[in-house]
Design a protein around this ligand. Structure first.
Ligand code: ATP
Ligand code: MG
Length: 341
């Protein structure tokens, strides 16, 4: 089954062709980062308008790259939520219109299920069951995964998502959007131990997270540096490293706890923050000590992309699921509401 996947939940237009027999045939992405950078974050109306411009050229591009024509496509998968409603509507209406014109089924995919299943596109995919850490711009969740659609939420952030904390902290320190890669880049040159930040909510039981206090702690530290006349590049790197280490260690402590609690030793990390090298190394060391493994997608498939939507949609389509001819999207959509395969 050849599935066209469309992703438009936020500020990336992602399109891919995934074949259930041959795997991923092509994927293309247009990132709107430059468009939103001037505003320090995503402007929803600008995002929607840009998706409209990019979608059809990207579909033509993946068809060309895969050496396919429109009539080869068996079904269309599109992100139906959660995300920015205007942006989601572009992908949903495009998918439903093409599905109607080509007389093929369409399926709305949950964006976080897409992220969660992205590591399945790699050469050594994880086997069920596993614990998943979803760490993106809008989510920080620990989920027990027993199969596609069999999700049990173990814990989540009570305030900012991890990616959001990276972005907001970077903005407060005068860094560019998106802040995650900027902080990671500076942290590489930071001096370990000069600053030590708290590991929020690790001193009490449970699997929930809170990152907004850490953001304020980082801002205060950076302001103290500046007030004492030290706004050097080295100090910026040292603060970035202390912040990144606090996030990484907090996530690692909670992941270890989730593995112990569930009795599992397979961990999947997904979403934009899973591209962070320090996080990957820390989780690799932690799971190795438990005689387990950590699985993640290639960096391009950690952030938003069409491939993960084509893959997730394909699994559900193969199980006989598809959407009615209606354009429905959801800004909020708990993953536990998804039907099991
Ligand atoms: N190397 C990195 N280190 C830390 N954070 C990173 C890194 N690369 C990307 N990020 C962060 O990942 C986030 C983007 O990831 P993603 O595209 O999965 O999120 P989103 O789609 O905006 O949110 P959601 O998936 O929850 O709707 C941003 O917050 C960005 O700063
Ligand atoms: Mg995302």
């Amino acid at each position: 089954m050849l599935v066209l996947g469309l992703e438009t939940s936020c500020d990336e237009t992602g399109v891919a062709l995934y074949d259930s027999e041959r795997g991923l045939l092509a994927d293309a992405l247009f990132s709107q980062i430059d468009l939103h950078r001037a505003y320090g974050g995503v402007v929803p109306e600008l995002a929607s308008r840009d998706h409209v411009k990019r979608m059809l050229p990207l579909i033509r591009q993946v068809l060309n790259e895969a050496g396919c024509v429109a009539t080869d496509i068996d079904a269309i998968a599109y992100t139906a939520g959660p995300g920015l409603v205007g942006a989601l509507l572009v992908g949903a209406s495009c998918a439903q219109a093409l599905a109607f014109a080509w007389d093929i089924p369409a399926i709305g995919v949950h964006h976080m299920e897409g992220h969660l299943l992205a590591p399945m596109l790699e050469s050594t995919p994880p086997a069920f069951p596993f614990v998943a850490l979803l760490v993106s711009g809008g989510h920080t969740q620990l989920v027990r995964v027993d199969g596609i659609g069999q999700y049990q939420l173990l814990g989540e952030s009570l305030d900012d998502a991890a990616g959001e904390a990276f972005d907001k902290t970077a903005k407060l320190m005068g860094l560019r959007y998106p802040g995650g890669p900027e902080i990671a880049r500076l942290a590489e040159r930071g001096i370990p131990g000069r600053f030590v930040f708290p590991r929020p909510m690790t001193d009490r039981p449970g699997l929930d997270f809170s990152f907004s206090g850490l953001k304020t702690f980082t801002l205060n530290t950076w302001q103290q540096c500046q007030d004492s006349g030290d706004d050097s590049e080295q100090s910026r790197c040292d603060v970035a490293l202390a912040f990144q280490l606090a996030v990484v260690e907090t996530l690692t402590i909670k992941c270890r706890r989730a593995l112990k609690q569930t009795g599992l030793n397979s961990l999947v990390i997904a979403g934009g923050v899973s591209a962070n090298r320090a996080l990957r190394t820390s989780l690799e060391d932690m799971t190795a000590a438990l005689k387990g493994n950590v699985f993640y997608a290639r960096p391009a498939f950690c952030t938003d992309n069409g491939a993960m939507i084509a893959y997730a949609g394909c699994q559900r389509l193969l199980a006989g699921q598809h959407e009615e001819l209606a354009i429905t999207v959801q800004a909020r959509w708990p993953m536990e509401q998804l039907p099991a395969l």
